[in-house]
Design a protein around this ligand. Structure first.
Ligand SMILES: Nc1ccn([C@@H]2O[C@H](COP(=O)(O)OP(=O)(O)OP(=O)(O)O)[C@@H](O)[C@H]2O)c(=O)n1
Ligand SMILES: C[C@](O)(CO)[C@H](O)COP(=O)(O)O
Length: 396
């Protein structure tokens, strides 16, 4: 992981957008443009710091907007200047961590993707200066007076943002530009002026800058299609299975699926030995590739002595839901010669549904004997097995 800081520019007037107001406030699929952009950076774990450059007259409304959309975390505000370049320098001066690469990004480019950001960070950490760009796909003509010429497309790139630099380098480049009165249309050009190489990191054609009203229409349909695609995409499924056995012994309660069942013997174990809840917990952990309950609740740990297995299952379930998974369904079987399980099946289903905060229709509990065969048949112990299906609707 390479940490970077980000200067996000939002202090322009958006004149070419012809909206009569700063385009950063315009909504794409109900959400203001600047919120789309900030969210990309806020959600990127590599982004350590965000400086948002705004017009001083819009600072208050921008702050309110961020509050409303709950994207204030880690964002500091600074006032911009008359030109983009002035705004960048104001942003750079407000950066706190000057030891990591700084990304300079147009607030008007909401669709930059995380893969591009990370490739840019890696290149900048190695080379000191880099920008996202895409190959030009049209033929580019140059008109000088009446003379038309055709540029060699193979050498042409369309510059995007972020553009990323070692902090000291880009500050020096901006100071030199101030001293010489040079204004560039991007930041890389200031570094190029110092005869320092800037690396190109190939970006995505989706990373458009919203400049004209047509761009706003494009952005609107881009976001809608993205949302539709997500809605239509198959949720990601994970399946897990569990199996557990506990010995039957005198002087212990017989707790199965969180329900205490009257019986002359109970289940022996370090915790309350609820064989069914252990099995379900194992199946859940298996589904997300997290080992088994022995890994999470070692039977050598005194904390889990006589532990309520309902609490253990709820802890496991919080790990599952933290990863964005929801329950598809659980199917499980209790393998016991005795006690007779049928009278308790509905209560057990309800108990499991309650522990997992889900609907009882998603939980199926069956019971079987082993026709007096084996350790269960001899009533020496009880076994349980379970299959769980999880689905993750957050992934496409
Ligand atoms: N003085 C300025 C000018 C521009 N920007 C920001 O720089 C980015 C790229 O600039 P551009 O697309 O040209 O935005 P505007 O200057 O707002 O647009 P226009 O040129 O049409 O007025 C935008 O996110 C814009 O808010 C800025 O922070 N400060
Ligand atoms: C920095 C930039 O987005 C790279 O394409 C672009 O040059 C900004 O230009 P603008 O005139 O400020 O839109």
């Amino acid at each position: 992981m390479i940490n970077y800081s980000a200067v996000i520019l939002a202090a322009g007037q958006g004149k070419r957008m012809l909206a009569g107001r700063n385009k950063q406030f315009l909504r794409i699929d109900q959400i203001p443009l600047i919120i789309h952009t900030l969210t990309v950076f806020q959600e990127d774990p590599w982004c350590a710091e965000i400086v948002l450059v705004t017009n001083s007259k819009e600072r208050e409304s921008m702050e309110e907007l961020l509050l409303t959309h709950d994207v204030t975390e880690g964002v500091r505000f600074v006032d911009g200047g008359a030109e983009r370049q002035d705004s960048v320098l104001a942003g750079l001066n407000a950066i706190q961590n000057t030891q990591i690469p700084v990304f300079i990004h147009d607030g008007a480019r909401p669709f930059v993707n995380r893969d591009s950001l990370h490739r840019l960070a890696e290149t900048t950490a190695e080379k000191g200066a880099a920008l996202l760009a895409v190959k030009v796909t049209d033929t580019i003509k140059q008109k000088t007076g009446n003379q038309l010429s055709t540029l060699d497309r193979n050498t042409l790139w369309a510059a995007q943002t972020p553009q990323a630099f070692d902090y000291d380098l880009i500050v020096k480049a901006h100071q030199q530009a101030v001293d010489s009165g040079y204004y560039g249309t991007d930041d890389a050009s200031l570094v190029e002026k110092m005869n320092i190489e800037v690396e190109i990191v190939e970006g995505s054609y989706d990373n458009i800058k919203l400049t004209t009203p047509e761009d706003l229409h494009k952005a609107e349909s881009y976001v809608r299609n993205l949302r539709k695609g997500k809605e239509m995409s198959t949720p990601m499924f994970r399946i897990g299975q569990g199996f557990d056995v506990h010995q039957l012994t005198e002087g212990r309660p017989c707790i199965i699926g969180g329900v205490e069942i009257p019986h002359e013997k109970g289940l022996l174990g370090h915790s309350d030995a609820d064989v069914l809840l252990h099995t379900i917990a194992d199946a859940c952990l298996g589904a997300i590739g997290e080992g088994d309950i022995g890994k999470h609740f070692p039977d050598t740990d005194p904390e889990f002595k006589d532990a309520d297995s309902g609490k253990l299952l709820q802890h496991v379930w919080s790990i599952v839901t933290d990863r964005g998974y929801e329950l598809g369904n659980i199917d499980c079987t209790v393998i016991a010669q005795a006690p007779k399980m049928a009278p308790y099946i509905e209560e057990i289903r309800l108990s499991i549904a309650h522990l997992l905060s889900t609907d009882i229709s998603r939980i199926n509990v069956k019971a079987t004997t082993t026709e007096k065969l084996g350790f269960t048949g001899r009533k020496e112990g009880i076994a349980a097995q379970a299959v769980v299906l999880l689905q993750n609707n957050q992934q496409s």
